[in-house]
Design a protein around this ligand. Structure first.
Ligand code: ATP
Ligand code: MG
Length: 383
């Protein structure tokens, strides 16, 4: 008998060639997420099994698995032989001592000499006679014992199904560049797109020395919190200080944010194209702040040709916060550091600026030179 982690994945949309592609990506991502842990990953009839790991680290490994997109559910349990005695030895380890229970048996191997009902009855009976404080309840048991009889004399025994993240394995839907700030929204946006299978690389703009090391460290921290989901281990940063100073010096104050955002999009697109990424991702949500009006979004879109994915576009702040808490980024996001967007923030940002007005103001700047200069400040931080 050996402790294992059983991993089940969504099969609904897995047909023909897609299936191999999906399974291969999932296996690759599981391997990546378990880097540094001794283990073996095997396929067993439509599931993955993690075996041969240090059993004292089972929880850590299960936690990592719980973050991998494409995993529908998982269980920590045992791989045993399929003789009743062997299965029972594992059942004793997962079954409760008191309260009500039910044994649920599934036979993937139909030639097994007993039916599922017979196995459940035999195992349940033994457990009852050994543990006097237990009782059977087949309708609403407090605990389950699951037995899954597989081919080649194998069985899996476990006590619960834990929810996985669901979604598609990262890497099965192309690649994009997430513009990540230190705020609440963008990490959530990155999580959502990675869940749909997008590889999400990370780009952060800073305005050192107006923004400090603490602000950058916060983003690094957020990127680290995202990496179990995204499998991405690098953060790119770009300095936009000079751009902000130029905008501040030469253009209408009410357009500060609008103009900075256009520069961010241009720079992001240049980096994305260089790296073969095919979309940009932001944490924008319609009408959340002055720059996220329809006019604001249009003005940013107007300077790029790559699609801009905004998965939070229809979300309330409360819904975003709820997600941020669930994925574990919220506490870090609310640490008090300044984002570059808040430097030189005008008192009254324009909410519905017209494109020709924006372009007129922007015409006062050396756009290409400023973009090139910013691109020269690219840093790549290993997380
Ligand atoms: P967030 O909580 O993600 O910071 P927000 O509601 O504060 O979002 P803005 O600050 O206007 O809104 O930013 C909108 C989006 O622009 C962010 O979600 C993010 O994708 C991008 N963005 C903003 N600031 C930065 C930055 N310093 N570096 C990279 N991207 C940024
Ligand atoms: Mg922000």
């Amino acid at each position: 008998m050996e402790k294992v982690i059983i991993i089940r994945y969504a099969e609904i949309h897995l047909k023909g060639k897609n299936r191999g592609f999906f399974e291969h990506a999932l296996a690759t991502n599981l391997e990546k997420s378990l880097k540094g842990y001794r283990h073996e990953l095997h396929r067993l009839s439509g599931r993955y099994l993690i075996e041969k790991f240090d059993e004292t680290r089972a929880e850590e490994i299960a936690f990592r698995v719980s973050r991998v997109f494409g995993v529908r559910s998982y269980s920590v349990g045992y791989l045993t032989g399929s003789e009743l005695d062997e299965m029972y030895a594992a059942v004793r380890l997962v079954a409760p001592e008191t309260g009500s229970f039910k044994v649920e048996t599934h036979r993937g191997y139909k030639q097994y000499p007993m039916t599922s009902m017979e196995i459940s009855a035999a195992i349940g009976g033994r457990l009852l006679s050994e543990r006097k404080a237990l009782r059977v309840d087949v309708h609403t048991p407090e605990n389950y014992v699951y037995i899954d009889v597989r081919e080649r004399g194998n069985a899996l025994v476990f006590g619960s199904f834990e929810d996985g993240e669901g979604g598609m394995p990262v890497g099965t839907s192309g690649k994009g560049l997430l513009m990540i700030s230190g705020g609440i929204d963008s990490p959530v946006a990155g999580h959502m797109m990675a869940k749909r299978g997008l590889t999400v690389e990370l780009l952060h703009f800073h305005s050192y020395p107006y923004t400090n090391e603490g602000a950058k460290e916060k983003v690094v921290q957020l990127a680290r919190l995202l990496s179990p989901y995204t499998q991405v281990t690098e953060l790119t940063t770009v300095k936009v200080t000079h751009i902000q100073e130029e905008i501040h010096r030469k253009c209408a104050a009410e357009l500060n944010v609008t103009l900075l955002r256009r520069f961010m999009f241009r720079i992001a697109e240049r980096i994305a194209l260089r790296r073969g990424l095919s979309c940009l991702v932001t944490g924008e949500s319609l009408a959340q702040v002055a720059s996220q009006t329809m006019e604001g979004l249009t003005s940013s879109n107007a300077v790029v040709t790559l699609p801009v994915l905004r998965p939070l576009i229809g979300f309330d702040k409360e819904e975003i916060i709820e997600r941020a808490k669930k994925i574990g980024t919220f506490e870090t996001s609310i640490l008090p550091y300044e984002d570059c967007c808040t430097v030189f923030l005008p008192e009254h940002p324009a909410t519905r600026p017209k494109l020709d007005y924006i372009e007129r103001e922007e015409g006062k700047l050396e756009i290409e030179a400023l973009v090139d200069e910013a691109l020269g400040s690219v840093e790549r931080i290993t997380l």
